[in-house]
Design a binder for this molecule. Structure first.
Ligand code: C2E
Ligand code: MG
Ligand code: MG
Ligand code: MG
Length: 290
């Protein structure tokens, strides 16, 4: 067993060495190397307008294609990226790609609103003042209307460092971007921040969608959340729609937009381009008859 605490211990436990002395890659270094090798990409999952059945935009979701292990889900490396500080680089990469892609999403014969792109911000990005400059640069480089960029943050992040988050969000909002609460209802929920923070959109967590029609409380809570958001002038998005029944249910509750495997899994940039330009319809959509 390892001797604890001695100064000389690093001689035997170099980062990158396993406990038996074998080489085991340091996860942080591996992440940095993966970034340098260009193993990261961004996939996009369409958001569907429940009234028209048309794509209203898409969420950017980062992907790591590891050379030997294959696909690694973001939940496994975003926390590591935060611990190692690499999140700033990953975040900037996703922001640039998202703005560049969204700039291509134009529908020639359409006078409706141009599709939005949503980007997830991690806890550190929400409080890091450099994020404002990263967002500004990504918008400028892509010449994207800031209104078309929506930044997704979780409620827990908002509550962790209220002051820094408030300051940063105000500066971000000044750029003209919109802000969404992601996974609403699953974190440290406080209705107070709905008044304090300048929000535009509320994404109702999959957990609620799952319970619709099965759990009477899920119905009541979801309806109340959608009504509240509507009264505050926020757009509502239902996350994790997998069945036509769930789609009908959230539409009936008054949700504006929906997202989920029923319509589309997250897909690569070229595939989503066809959906956003109207060449391909998001699958699974039943357009309501007027
Ligand atoms: P999220 O932002 O809540 O994203 C939604 C997740 O639910 C995505 O997982 C998506 O693929 C998945 N999903 C979508 N529709 C359905 C459905 O119908 N059923 C089910 N079961 N799942 C569905 P993904 O891509 O693995 O991302 C997981 C989380 O990782 C995201 O949750 C987000 O918090 C984080 N993440 C992803 N990309 C980024 C990024 O670029 N930056 C940061 N900071 N975090 C990211
Ligand atoms: Mg999200
Ligand atoms: Mg979510
Ligand atoms: Mg999530």
């Amino acid at each position: 067993a390892a001797k604890r605490g001695g100064r000389g211990i690093s001689r035997f436990y170099e980062p990158g060495l396993g406990e038996d002395g074998s080489t085991r890659p340091d996860p942080g270094a591996e992440l940095a190397a993966g970034l340098a090798r260009g193993e990261f990409t961004v996939h996009y999952q369409p958001l569907v307008d429940l009234r028209t059945g048309r794509a209203a935009g898409a969420e950017a979701l980062v992907r790591w294609e590891h050379p030997t292990d294959g696909f690694r889900p973001p939940d496994t490396f975003i926390p590591l990226a935060e611990d190692t500080g690499l999140i700033a680089e990953i975040g900037a990469f996703v922001l640039r790609d998202a703005c560049r892609q969204a700039a291509r999403w134009t529908r020639p014969d359409d006078d409706g609103p141009a599709p939005m792109v949503t980007v997830n911000l991690s806890a550190q990005e929400v409080t890091d003042p450099r994020t404002v400059e990263q967002v500004r640069a990504a918008l400028a480089e892509a010449k994207l209307d800031p209104y078309r960029l929506v930044l997704e943050i979780t409620e827990t992040v908002l509550m962790q460092d209220r002051e820094a988050a408030t300051r940063n969000l105000r500066d971000l909002k000044a750029l003209g971007v919109r802000v969404a609460i992601d996974d609403f209802g699953t974190g440290y929920s406080s209705l107070a921040y709905l008044c304090t923070f300048p929000l535009d959109m509320l994404k109702v967590a999959r957990e609620f969608v799952d319970g619709l029609g099965r759990d009477a409380n899920a119905d009541v809570v979801t309806r109340a959340v959608v009504d509240l958001a509507g009264a505050l002038g926020l757009l509502t998005v239902a996350e994790g729609i997998e069945t036509a029944h769930q789609q009908e249910h959230v539409a009936q509750l008054g949700c504006d937009l929906a997202q989920g495997y029923l319509f589309s899994r997250p897909v690569d940039a070229e595939t989503v381009l066809a959906v956003m330009t109207g060449e391909a319809a998001p699958a699974g959509v039943v357009v309501p008859t007027a």
